[in-house]
Write a protein that binds this ligand. Structure first.
Ligand code: FPP
Length: 290
């Protein structure tokens, strides 16, 4: 259900305030069990200042499995539960977009059996989740060099994209055979083919050639499992994103971790190279001005 705030903010049943025009597609009790740690975190969040777009590098599946003496693919399978919960929470929070990094171009170097399992999980995910995506008004989109994927995987992905194309809620991008540099090269190829005049090219026009055209840039990028790297993910789009790294391994990632990432995001001061609004634009002393 979509709830919109009134003119001066709207106090929900458990005391959460929505800012003017903020829409949350859920009752807070659907986002967190009353009395839970999750509810406590949710209370601290300003629901009027959520990011529009969260991008996530899902990492640590192998380590999760190794800790349990299980094969690596068991970690990928367990990671599906985290995917489901993350999509659900982002949709309920009313975010505009979520992008998950599911398979990079570099991941083709993994053993054949692991690649096949990942592709199988992807097909299984769509077969099981398409109804839920539809019920929740979620639009599903694949970004990456889709042509690299096997025909049977491509046709499942296309089926999900077509079925959800008219949905107007959360845009759920899944990055497959994706590389940030490859995306930039693909955008350049597309511009060159169209005969773009170099002198007329702007950042805005360039953005329209990226796989994410029409989608706001991520305001928040999350990486699980403690690695502090960007790993060729959305290189153009994360120019001003806040980065949140959690030690939690992807298969253990739950709504609590999303709320923690959002709180971290809300505690950052976003200046885009400018000054904070309360900072006086003090003239430097003459000696420094020269
Ligand atoms: C990184 O962990 C994770 C991946 C390469 C794949 C992520 C895929 C899924 C969670 C399942 C498929 C997704 C969907 C949306 C159905 P890693 O194997 O690099 O872990 P490690 O660094 O601990 O070895």
């Amino acid at each position: 259900m979509v709830r919109a705030a009134g003119d001066v903010g709207n106090c929900l049943s458990n005391g959460l305030y929505l800012m003017k025009n903020q829409k949350v597609n859920s009752e807070p009790s659907e986002l967190a069990r009353p009395g839970s740690l999750e509810e406590e975190l949710l209370h601290q969040l300003d629901l009027g200042r959520l990011p529009s777009h969260i991008a996530i590098i899902m990492d640590g599946n192998g380590r999760w499995a190794r800790k349990r003496r299980l094969p690596r693919v068991a970690g990928h399978r367990a990671g599906i539960k985290s995917v489901r919960e993350t999509v659900e929470v982002c949709a309920r929070l009313g975010l505009q977009a979520l992008t998950l990094y599911a398979f990079s171009q570099e991941n083709w170097k993994r053993p054949r059996a692991e690649v096949d399992t990942l592709m199988g999980l992807l097909k299984e995910y769509i077969q099981k989740e398409l109804d839920t995506l539809m019920r929740n008004n979620i639009r599903f989109k694949v970004i990456g060099r889709i042509g690299d994927l096997a025909g049977s995987v491509r046709s499942e992905l296309t089926r999900a994209e077509e079925a959800t194309a008219a949905n107007t809620g959360l845009l759920f991008n899944i990055a497959l055979s994706y590389g940030g540099r490859a995306e930039i090269v693909d955008a350049c190829r597309s511009l060159l083919r169209s005969g773009q005049d170099p002198d007329d090219l702007t950042e805005e026009l360039f953005g329209k050639r990226l796989y994410t055209a029409g989608c706001p840039d991520p305001d928040l990028m999350v990486r699980t499992s403690g690695e502090i790297r960007v790993s060729n993910f959305l290189l153009w789009q994360i120019a001003y994103a806040e980065i949140h790294v959690t030690e939690t391994l992807w298969p253990d990632f739950r709504r609590r971790h999303i709320f923690e990432a959002l709180l971290d995001f809300q505690n950052r001061e976003r200046r885009y190279g400018g000054l904070a609004p309360d900072e006086d634009a003090v003239e430097p002393p003459a000696a420094i001005r020269g």
